[in-house]
Design a protein around this ligand. Structure first.
Ligand code: SF4
Length: 394
């Protein structure tokens, strides 16, 4: 039987989420404990596409309550330097939890649980928040976004927020040869490893306000005004990818997961409505070359860095590059393998703890974090003293 994916377009977000989920839902959840996993690991206001639209979450909660679900938890874990409680407050998610009387959670406040990855290609084990495994059901509620490293971030990649604290960066720090570069990068294979132990039971993808370009954090909003729901994660992600104007196989980790897990392929999907593609828009992808060309005064050295620090640097240049005088030339350097020549550069800004390790014991400063966030680099560069900087990032 084909995997059913429902696309609802053009009306109240909570009602679209409710209707889309209702169309595909087949389980009895009476009395069950359910974790709703939105995008809430970064701080961003409502309808900026940083975090999931709280009204979409509201629709899911209302549907589950009607099905007499037991405890409903709503939460995420965050990257270094982000407070999930603040992120959920800013995004309006805490308010919806309060109004609908469900429990907001910070996944990183629950104890960790280690899962072995049988036949892991990139990792042998991963540490998760235990909440993801204590729930009877997990529903992934991502914003539909392009992603500067993985092409797009949707329901499968959204589960990375369930990794415990700094374990979230582990898949970005893989130091192994890539099995087949034509099929994906190390990060894509790592996400596929993760999917062998944690895939969502349902997906409700928020396509009300999406993100194009430099997602997941510094892209531009795109109104699609729709919600997509499905039980099969690859089926749902494939539909979202097509709604972003891409070929279904443009996002390597989704295809790797599909092949490995035997979930729905592109020919195993039934979409309601069948002509859903009429709602698609062509999303801009992250054009790194154009970004670097726009700021010739900013040089970047990456040696032995993982994609998390690289992404932070791109996000920093995109958001803050224009704040610097074009006559001021400086170098952002990241990674654990910086050479003495690299470290001797003028106006050098070391980004991330690995880069900091390269100057350990020398008394030189660096922008802290694993990875840092873009505003952390700005705070570091604008600091008048180390104390100022410490206060700014606290
Ligand atoms: S500091 Fe940066 S390069 Fe080093 S492990 Fe952390 S994220 Fe990766």
């Amino acid at each position: 039987m084909n995997a059913l994916v429902s696309v609802k377009y053009g009306y109240e977000p909570w009602q679209m989420a409710y209707d889309a989920l209702k169309r595909v839902f087949v389980d009895d959840v009476k009395g069950k404990r359910i974790l709703l996993k939105p995008n809430a690991g970064r701080k961003g206001k409502v309808r900026t596409a940083i975090c999931t639209n709280p009204e979409v979450i509201r629709g899911v909660i209302r549907f589950l309550k009607e099905k007499e679900a037991g405890e409903i938890l709503v939460g995420d874990g965050a990257l270094w330097g982000v407070n999930v409680w603040e992120a959920m407050e800013t995004a309006g998610i805490s308010a919806v939890c309060q109004e609908e009387q469900v429990k907001p959670v910070n996944l990183d406040e629950a104890p960790p649980v280690v899962k072995q990855i049988a036949g892991g290609v990139m990792v042998e084990q991963l540490k998760f928040s235990s909440l993801a495994f204590e729930a009877d059901m997990v529903i992934s509620i991502p914003v539909i976004k392009t992603h500067m490293y993985t092409g797009a971030t949707l329901s499968i990649k959204n589960m990375k927020g369930c990794l415990y604290k700094m374990e979230k960066t582990k898949l970005h720090r893989i130091n192994k040869p890539c099995p087949d570069k034509n099929k994906g990068r190390c990060l894509d294979y790592g996400i596929a490893d993760m999917a062998t132990v944690l895939l969502p039971d349902y997906v409700v993808a928020d396509g009300t306000v999406c993100m194009e370009g430099f997602g997941p954090s510094v892209g531009d909003p795109v109104n699609l005004d729709l919600v997509v729901a499905g039980k099969d994660p690859t089926a749902t992600d494939y539909v979202c990818i097509q709604l972003m104007g891409m070929k279904h196989d443009a996002v390597p980790h989704v295809t790797l997961v599909q092949e490995r897990m035997g979930t729905a392929g592109i020919h195993d999907i039934e979409v309601d409505p069948p002509d859903f593609i009429k709602y698609a828009k062509t999303f801009a992808t992250a054009d790194m070359t154009r970004l670097k060309n726009s700021y010739p005064n900013i040089s970047v050295i990456e040696k032995g860095a993982c994609s998390a620090c690289s992404a932070t640097i791109m996000a920093f240049i995109k958001t803050h590059g224009h704040k610097f005088d074009q006559e001021y030339h400086f170098t952002l350097a990241t990674g654990k393998d910086l050479s003495e020549d690299d470290l001797a550069r003028e106006n050098l800004v070391l980004v991330g703890n690995c880069a900091g390790d390269c100057v350990k014991g020398s008394g030189s400063g660096f922008c802290k974090g694993c990875p840092p966030i873009g505003s952390g680099i700005l705070a570091y560069m604008n600091r008048e003293s180390e104390d100022d900087y410490e206060k700014a990032i606290r």
